[in-house]
Design a protein around this ligand. Structure first.
Ligand SMILES: *Cc1c(COP(=O)(O)O)cnc(C)c1O
Length: 380
């Protein structure tokens, strides 16, 4: 492919910091670079506590352990999301209750949540799709009223905000990803933001194989041992070193992505004005961290034609998220209620290439190819 969908990138000191980590004599977890990353998130986004994990999937699994999900507990989340959002809770025996996306964007439709709450409901898991905030005011109101936990899947939402408040910092817990397709990358990597003080101590233990090793290293206990259930959720210093170099350049990364995003919007807005496609919708309460630029067509065949036209020019645009309620794994358990918007995004949403090193010329070629395809009236 001439223009891939994604390409990993360096911002400056990544390899130098990895060498420094090795030279320090410690590349297992929770060394100097991990501490620097934790501090960065706690200071910049005011998270109660930040813990690096090896993926967002792991951070979500930690969240499921922390809220003590028991078999039969119900967890409400959108169907239009990545499998990990659901799997983390399914692993603990939870029953997943899928809610539809909203008409205006793929985020969970907050108005549809209340009807799904039962005495067994334990948590709501909003996913900030494309880094655009869900309606957190409504979700937090519901959680207070019905005494539910809120776990934000903020995998795509670094440096994005709801009414000025950092995403991942609003719920009891928030999970981030540094997978190579996200804004800030470490190959694989993640972070759990712990905002509810009740989870702070136990989160360290669960992340360290169920031991109180973190407290031991701080000198708070004189030996460490097995005190709870847990697993190994912490990344090595090699990953933390790479990540910290990226975090130091967060502003530069976000600015660059914003420029790409704005250029896409300028070049494609006329299609939305004519009602041919929809562009990302960002509510007044939400910021745009330029994680993703997508188009929503009216029909699947239109999307297929545009994908093929782009492919013919060597450009890879992709779609994603088969509604989880219709997946091979979950399908037979689903109660059959239609989730219209979730299915619509499954069939009609297309993501355009979006990565730090994408050049202006490349963006223009993508825009021109889409415009030419649509001018050729292939969509009718
Ligand atoms: C990327 C992503 C994940 C998984 O992140 P990993 O770090 O790859 O485990 C989970 N949820 C959403 C919404 C994502 O976009």
């Amino acid at each position: 492919m001439k223009i891939p969908f994604n390409r990993p990138f360096l911002t400056g000191k990544e390899t130098r910091y990895i060498e420094e980590a090795v030279a320090s004599g410690k590349i297992s977890g929770d060394g100097m670079f991990t501490q620097k990353c934790h501090q960065f998130f706690e200071e910049k986004f005011n998270f109660g506590k930040a813990l690096l994990t090896t993926s967002c999937t792991d951070a979500l699994e930690m969240a499921a352990l922390l809220i003590n999900v028991q078999p039969g507990d119900e967890i409400i989340m959108p169907s239009y999301t990545f499998v990990s959002t659901a799997n983390a809770f399914v692993l603990r025996g939870a029953k997943i209750i899928f809610a539809d996306s909203s008409a205006e964007n793929p985020n969970i439709d907050a108005h549809k949540i209340e009807a799904l709450i039962t005495p067994k409901t334990k948590a709501i898991v909003p996913v900030h799709y494309a880094g655009v905030a869900c309606n957190m005011e409504e979700i937090l109101d519901l959680s207070k009223h019905f005494k539910l936990f809120v776990i934000e899947d903020a995998a795509q939402a670094i440096d994005s905000y709801f009414n000025g408040k950092p995403l991942g910092g609003l719920g009891d817990l928030g999970a981030f990803s540094f997978h190579e397709t996200k804004n800030v990358i470490a190959g694989e990597g993640g972070l759990l933001a712990i905002n509810n003080p009740k989870f702070m101590q136990r989160s360290e233990i669960i992340r360290e194989k169920g031991t109180n090793r973190s407290a031991f290293f701080r000198g708070e206990v004189d030996k460490y041992g097995w005190v709870d259930i847990g697993s190994s959720f912490l990344p090595s210093e090699v990953i933390a070193a790479f990540l910290f170099a990226q975090l130091e350049n967060l502003e530069k990364i976000q600015k660059k992505r914003r420029q790409i995003w704005d250029r896409y919007q300028e070049g494609l807005q006329h299609l939305a004005d004519k009602g041919i496609v929809r562009l990302p919708f960002i509510p007044d309460y939400a910021s745009n961290n330029a994680h993703m630029f997508y188009l929503v067509f009216e029909k699947m065949e239109q999307r297929t034609k545009v994908i093929n036209a782009l492919k013919a020019k060597g450009i890879l645009a992709v779609f994603h998220y088969l509604s989880l309620h219709k997946s091979k794994y979950f399908g037979s358990q689903y109660n059959g209620e239609e989730l219209k918007w979730s299915d619509h995004y499954t069939e009609c949403l297309l993501r355009l290439p979006m990565f730090y090193d994408l050049t202006t010329d490349e963006v223009d070629l993508i825009i021109d190819t889409i415009n030419q395809t649509i001018d050729a009236k292939v969509l009718v």
